[in-house]
Write a protein that binds this ligand. Sequence first.
Ligand SMILES: [Zn+2]
Length: 137
Amino acid sequence: MTFSYTIGEYGCTKCSNTRSEYSATMSFPYVIAAFLAALALSFVLFREPWNFPWYYFFCIFAGELLLLFIAGFPLTLFKLVTGGGSIVRRCPACGGQMTFRGQHISKSQRPRRTDSVLLLLFCALNVAVWVKLYHHV
Ligand SMILES: [Zn+2]
């Protein structure tokens, strides 16, 4: 399982302090999570009382990918709040301004904290979908 990240690199203008900010991006484990969730959901939707035809699976899968996308919003908001709402960062060592030095993509075998939070939010959204579903029966 390989997770991908976009990493923003920041450097201090006064000292040599650097900082990397990880953002989760769509990677294979997420596609699997969405696929499994879509599989579980179609198991219910393909039966009574919905009786969706088999090709609706693609729509359900697309819906799950959309849920993943939605799960990322709170994380982005959280980043904005902790980052002071701007691109400007303060150096934790000297308090100087940190400037953005570029962004690159990296991979990791081990999930980071953002991945756990994102998958947790994704699960919570799925629970909400299931609860909504059962209230319609
Ligand atoms: Zn500094």
